[in-house]
Every structure is written in C-alpha cells, then in structure tokens.
Design a protein around this ligand. Structure first.
Ligand code: FUL
Length: 465
C-alpha cells in the first residue's frame, strides 16, 4: 500500500492486522484539517469497558418504584412506602425479557426523583424496608442484580441526584454527604456494576433552595468503588446522553466529543443538544464518550394501565434499532414492570418479536462467503453468485478510534458501478437501508476521513422480504 503523502508512516504500526483487514484512507483530509499529529497514538480510543459496552449495542432500562403504584411520572416524595407491594416480582422474568430482545445489559432505577429506595438504605427510612413487600425484608436491587448475573446480563443502577424526599436536599453539603452515602451502599453492597446512570435533573429543594451536586466527588466515589463501571450522564465522563428521549442519534455521530461543549449534566441549550447528538470528530473531540439513547417502550417511563394500548410494536422497536444502533449509539430501551412486579404480556410480546425480527434480518450476513479485498478508498466484496440486499451494516474497528466522515456504497449493476447508499460516520456500526438490488460485486468507499481508517466489518442483509 502506498502512502499518498509520502509520510513514511510505519504502516505495520498503524495497522497491525493483515492488510486485507484494514484500509488506510484520508491522509489528505488529515493534512487539510491540521490533524496530522493526531496519528494512532494520540487519537481518542475506547477503554476496554467502553468497547465491550458498545459491542453490547442495547440495554434495558427499568423504571420501577412508587410511581408504578401512583401512576405519576415524577413522584413528589411524600408517597407512603406502604403502597409499594409488587407481590409477584420476578426479576428473572425481566432478564428473560431483555434476552429475548437482544438487550445485553440493564439499568434499574434504584431511586427516582421521589427518593424512594428500592434497597434497604441505612441512611433513609423512605425505602422498601417500610413497605409490605416481602414483609419489609425485600431488596429489589439485590434481586435485580442476582437475576442479571444468572442470565448473563450486565447490571447497572440509576440513582437520581434529585431527591424530593430527603429533608437535606437543597442544603448542599449535607445532601451531598447523604447522596454519597447512598451511592456508597449501592456501589459497595452488590458486586460489580457495568454502568452507573446519573440523571441531570436538579429541582428545587424546600423553600426554593438550590442543590449543587458535587460531580467530582460523585465520580471519584464510582472510580474508587467500581473501577470497571462506566459513568453515564449528559456530560459523561464515560457515556454521554444522546440529547433526546426519543431514541434518535445524530447523523453524523462521533464517539468523540469536545468536553468543553457539555461541561456538566443538566444543562440544556441548542448548542449542547447538538454536541450530544453528534459529538465532534477526533481532533476537536478529545475524549471518547459514546452516546446512549434512552427511550421508553411506552409513552411514560413508569408502567401505567392507561398506556397498555400504546406499547411500541416490533416494527417501531426495529426503527429505534436503526436510529440508535444503526447510527453508532447504544439503545437503552425502557421496559417498566407492572404493579405485580412483572413485565406485562404485551411488552413481552413486542420484545420477543423484536428479537425474532433481528434474527431474521441480521442473523445471517448474506455477504459472509464473499471474497473481500482492499481497493483504493475502501473494500470490495465479490461473491460467486448475486446477493440481493437492501441493508448494509458498516463498522470501523473502533478499538483504534473513529475516522470515517463520508462514505459511499456502490453495487455493480449490469456492467456499471451504481451508488446505492451514502452517508457520513460509521463508528461501531452504521446501518444504511437502500433500494433492493442484486449484485455480485459491492464496494464500500470511505471517501473522507479524519484519520487512518480500519474497517471492522461490512455486512449485507435483506430487510424487506
Ligand atoms: C429524566 C427523568 O426526569 C425521567 O423521569 C426519566 O428517568 C428519564 C430517563 O430521565 O431526566
């Protein structure tokens, strides 16, 4: 392979894999953007934990608590713990639901804004220990974590900083100590977690007092007690919010971001939402902070009988798969248990069918047997017989960073190459749907990039059979 700018780069250092497994592109683009110093060693790359999490692609969000029993979205903090009694609670059923839809990790609301704790916290009385459930001896967090481990699902917890029950809320130092105590219980009592989810909501305390959260201390606590857990918030530091609750990632979507554009959780402006949606290309984006898109299978975050007819159907879930996973973000799909403590039949059915649909479409790469070889700007697939496809999955090997900023997919139709799809970033995965074509030769060209490109995979699928 020649180096277009005669930079004498050590290609084997840049590309330790066999040549046919990678492509190196866009050095000219690098030069024009002044990014040449950003070669492999300086580029933001995922930590092993981020990489694993990105490979999981989808997780299950579980909103559960006193709101499940009141029908409210935000409890006001004065709910009587006696209302919490999910008599048939079975966290294994939640995990089976997750598995059936290909959701590989799960995040439970250990405490939502109402302050009710799903575990027997020692620093508040507002918890399961004053509920009739399991005679006041129960611990939802424990049951959730045990079930997740048994079913091979990564376990994560959400601990709302906003607490409408805690009397100290708004008295900044006092509440911060209380919050760290709760966090310490959750991070210390239940074994390894994969993700700790921090919501930016910051309501007023009594008398209009403003609570200032101590984010550096919160992060230090997570790092100390759970060094392998990823920290989610609008502002990361490990995973960033994608900027909406509708399950739509930006296009383009970079895993890297300029941290100055999203300085702390809970801030909102068009510029911040833009940064969350799209990230920033390496160079401008100095940290690896992939996006996660939380969205509910129902209109609300908590289960509500009145919304039983509005559960998203498998086609809608598939659409979310395309707009999140297909745009290089993880999908965190909320599936709230009922008052019985179970995932409702209707939600379960949607999840199961979504799982079956994924298998039908993506279970077999139609190009699996095709010969692949490097071409000037990308890779060409050549199959012995024509492949009929309408969906292309493109991946970079993100362990080396993210680089592609514009790509084109061509198919050889008749005797000529015809462009069937184009777009911007790949990242962990990019799914493009195109018109249905039949071709023996297909090529993917990364026509612009901001650094060395290493293609991690190209797959062809048929979505509309
Ligand atoms: C928001 C919260 O206010 C919602 O209740 C929900 O938990 C959602 C995931 O985050 O900020």
């Amino acid at each position: 392979m020649t180096d277009p700018l005669n930079l004498n780069l050590d290609l084997d250092l840049l590309f330790p894999l066999p040549r046919r497994d990678f492509l190196r592109l866009g050095v000219a683009t690098l030069a024009t953007r002044g990014l040449l110093p950003l070669l492999q060693s300086d580029r933001p790359v995922p930590s092993p934990q981020q990489l694993r999490w990105q490979q999981w692609e989808m997780g299950m969000f579980i909103h559960f608590g006193v709101n499940t029993f009141t029908g409210k979205e935000w409890g006001d903090g004065i709910e009587d713990p006696a209302i919490f009694n999910p008599v048939h609670l079975d966290a294994r059923q939640w995990m089976r639901a997750a598995r059936s839809a290909g959701l590989r990790y799960a995040v439970l609301t250990a405490k939502h804004h109402d302050g009710f704790c799903l575990w027997p916290s020692k620093v508040t009385e507002h918890s399961v220990k004053h509920s009739p459930w399991r005679g006041g001896e129960g611990d939802v967090v424990r049951e959730f974590i045990d079930a997740a481990r048994e079913e091979g699902i990564g376990a994560g917890l959400y601990l709302s900083p906003w607490d409408r029950n805690a009397p100290s809320y708004g008295d900044t130092p006092r509440y911060n100590d209380f919050y760290i105590d709760q966090l310490t219980e959750l991070l210390g009592w239940y074994g390894p977690l994969v993700e700790v989810w921090f919501d930016g909501a910051n309501g007023e305390g009594a008398g209009g007092r403003r609570q200032v959260y101590d984010w550096p201390r919160i992060h230090r606590t997570v790092r100390r007690l759970q060094p392998d857990a990823l920290i989610f918030s609008d502002a990361g530091p490990d995973i960033r919010w994608i900027g909406n609750e509708r399950g739509i990632a930006g296009d383009p979507n970079w895993c890297t971001v300029n941290p100055d554009r999203v300085p702390e959780p809970g801030l909102s402006s068009p510029e911040i939402i833009d940064a969350l949606q799209h990230g920033d290309p390496p160079g401008e984006g100095t940290v690896w902070r992939p996006g996660e898109a939380p969205v509910s299978i129902r209109p609300g975050w908590f289960w509500r009988e009145s919304e039983n007819e509005e559960v998203k159907n498998p086609d809608e879930l598939l659409e979310l798969y395309y707009t999140c996973v297909g745009r290089n973000a993880n999908l965190l799909l909320n599936v709230p248990p009922t008052r019985d403590g179970l995932i409702a039949d209707r939600d379960m059915k949607s999840l199961q069918e979504f799982g079956v649909t994924q298998g039908k479409i993506f279970g077999h790469d139609l190009a699996a047997g095709a010969f692949r070889h490097t071409i000037k700007e990308g890779v060409e697939l050549e199959s012995s017989s024509p492949i009929e496809f309408d969906t292309v999955v493109l991946r970079e090997d993100i362990s080396e960073g993210q680089s592609v900023s514009r790509f084109v997919v061509d198919a050889m139709l008749g005797e000529r190459w015809r462009e069937v799809a184009e777009g911007m970033t790949f990242g962990r995965s990019r799914i493009v749907r195109c018109e249905r074509v039949r071709a023996r030769r297909v090529r993917v060209r990364a026509v612009e990039s901001v650094g060395p490109v290493r293609i991690g995979g190209v797959g062809l699928y048929l979505w509309q059979t």
